[in-house]
Design a protein around this ligand. Structure first.
Ligand SMILES: Nc1nc2c(ncn2[C@@H]2O[C@H](COP(=O)(O)OP(=O)(O)O)[C@@H](O)[C@H]2O)c(=O)[nH]1
Ligand SMILES: [Mg+2]
Length: 280
């Protein structure tokens, strides 16, 4: 029986040693099928987290992000929270600075006033330094343990942008609002008509960008609220980026649990699809 391959001396997977040892036992094709691949040691992932009144979930979410075995910087952008989230973030920042974990650097930015998810994401992208940047909502609807899968097409040089899709594949999905799903489908379809991209989930939170792509786009982002999703999509489409989609899981929350997006945001998204579909 072959022994279980050990991670390198730091105990981290995705190193060359770790990958070579798996390749010896599983073969290259087996590794591909299982999503095992090496990540360069100097690679840095920026996890941009827009946060507004998420005191119930933010600590748990941040520990899940920290547990992902990839070198990262967490860019936490508080968007004028008033429910105690800011105090939680101050403590977390202090604690992480004491830990001084080379795998998990942290930066916390406070907006004085609430501006919306788009504004928080833009601030995060402007501050971030990583080779790849992704958006992570601060509730627990999306699962950070999926980062390595989502990153693979970028690290292997095939993609400039990756969207995680809630409507592809057989990852677990909580079954929730049907009208919401239809609204999502409609917005994605309309966005596709303008961009000529065949996306299945334009409104997904999991959007990953190579640094060069997002550093070019971020300064010109205008949408302060949820209009950021169609705006980003139209702008990457216009730049002829190589876009991949990957299936992701989705543990959607209910309005009672704090979901905030509403029909007004849907109407605004419609307007943004047309507006940014026509010009930057
Ligand atoms: N709703 C809302 N979310 C914001 C705002 N600023 C930052 N966010 C963050 O943006 C993310 C998405 O918001 P969320 O309510 O989960 O959207 P939904 O799940 O699509 O309903 C969360 O991490 C929020 O904390 C804001 O002004 N309003
Ligand atoms: Mg959410």
């Amino acid at each position: 029986m072959t022994s279980v391959p050990q991670a390198d001396e730091h105990g981290y997977p995705y190193t060359n040693e770790w990958y070579n040892s798996l390749k010896r036992s599983l073969g290259e094709a087996g590794c591909r099928q299982l999503g095992f691949y090496p990540i360069p040691p100097d690679f840095l992932l920026s996890v941009v987290i827009p946060i507004f009144n998420e005191h119930k979930t933010v600590e748990n979410l941040i520990s899940q992000v920290k547990a992902v075995p990839i070198r990262k910087e967490l860019v936490l952008v508080d968007d004028g929270s008033t429910d105690g989230t800011r105090e939680i973030l101050r403590n977390l920042e202090e604690q992480m600075q004491v830990e001084n974990d080379p795998q998990n650097q942290v930066r916390v930015i406070f907006h004085e006033q609430n501006q919306g998810k788009g504004a928080a994401v833009r601030t995060g992208f402007m501050e971030a330094q990583g080779d790849v940047m992704l958006i992570q909502d601060a509730d627990l609807e999306y699962d950070p343990s999926e980062y390595p899968r989502l990153l693979q097409p970028i690290i292997e040089g095939k993609a400039d942008v990756v969207y995680g899709s809630r409507f592809l594949g057989d990852q677990p999905h909580r079954v929730l609002y049907y009208w919401h799903f239809l609204g999502n489908k409609f917005l994605t379809t309309l966005s596709n008509c303008f961009t000529n991209l065949n996306l299945t989930d334009m409104e997904t939170c999991y959007k990953l960008f190579k640094k060069e792509v997002i550093k070019e786009i971020a300064p010109g982002l205008c949408q302060n609220r949820f209009g950021i999703e169609p705006e980003l999509t139209a702008k990457v489409a216009r730049r002829q980026c190589r876009i991949f989609e990957m299936s992701i899981s989705y543990d959607g929350r209910t309005y009672d649990q704090g979901k905030k997006i509403g029909w007004r945001d849907g109407v605004k998204a419609l307007w943004c699809i047309v507006r940014y579909g026509l010009k930057d």
